[in-house]
Design a protein around this ligand. Sequence first.
Ligand code: ATP
Length: 334
Amino acid sequence: MSAVIEIAGLRKTFHTLRHGRRVAVDGFDMLVEAGQVHGFLGPNGSGKTTTLRALLGLVRPDAGRMRVLGADSPEHLPDVAGRVGAIVESPQFFANFTAHRTLRLLALAGGVPTARVDEVLEQVGLRDRGDERVKGYSLGMKQRLAVASALLKNPELLILDEPANGLDPAGIREMRDLTRSLAEAGVTVLLSSHILAEIQLICDHVTIVSRGRRVAYGPVEEVLAGFDQHQWRVRVADPEQAGQVLGRAGLSVAVAPDHLVVTGVEDPETISRTLGEQGVWVRELVPLRPDLESVFLELTGGHEHVAVPRQVDGAPPSDGVIDLDVRESREVDA
Ligand SMILES: Nc1ncnc2c1ncn2[C@@H]1O[C@H](COP(=O)(O)OP(=O)(O)OP(=O)(O)O)[C@@H](O)[C@H]1O
């Protein structure tokens, strides 16, 4: 796998009269490899847009190294610009132009054969509506037109900042299908979002950012597995009694009115056997697997005492990092 995006130690501070100094990106690292649909996930204001703008040479970072398709950014960005499509700021189109005319002008300006216009309209599902004026388009159609404009160059890498923002469920689904079809066509996609479900549905890899720092990264399944506490929800007739039985056997258990949650047990047989030996019969035994939402909340704000999220990749903390042991203080489902 070759690296398509490499970011190391990116830092960007904004200075404003009103708010003073604001650290938007704080020593951030990222690696996106060819063929990935990579989710860039973080709460509002966590630094996603600033990172993408820095990567694309739209804002000057204070520190850090960045490479896009092997070229140092921003110095050698022009060498690879023709292979990268990006929608980082919502593009504005002339309302009275049709989509076809809009794309034709963009193709001419970008030295792209105008034959691409019909191809990209087809790709984003606007072929039948290409002769309508943009002012009559829904938000989702405008978003697809924006993607079409980014696809004119037939890019190897597509960067989409919050593509589902403001879309209704049907529009979100259209963007999802479009992203998937691009990935199947071999385009590497970096997709920023604060919508967890979207990332979990579309992306194979994820980088989670909180307050300008990377707090988790890797294949989605591996990130989730890293947070698996081997928890089980157990239903029995008398949870209180069952809790005492399991507790005496040395298992970590939390009792709720109608169920128990047992933590740290890899093999569920341990639970059913321990209970069965004491004449307690299990009615239901369900694994509680973490989803991206619970991981995201833990890493980005589920902890009130966490002042600064940890950087998980071994990079030395820049300033008084409080180490966050998410597993230790996670509440059971009680
Ligand atoms: N041009 C700017 N001037 C001053 N502060 C800025 C500027 N751009 C971003 N910031 C601040 O930097 C921080 C990170 O913002 P950024 O837009 O990168 O976050 P984000 O993760 O993309 O958020 P969202 O999901 O809301 O788009 C925020 O505190 C924001 O207010």
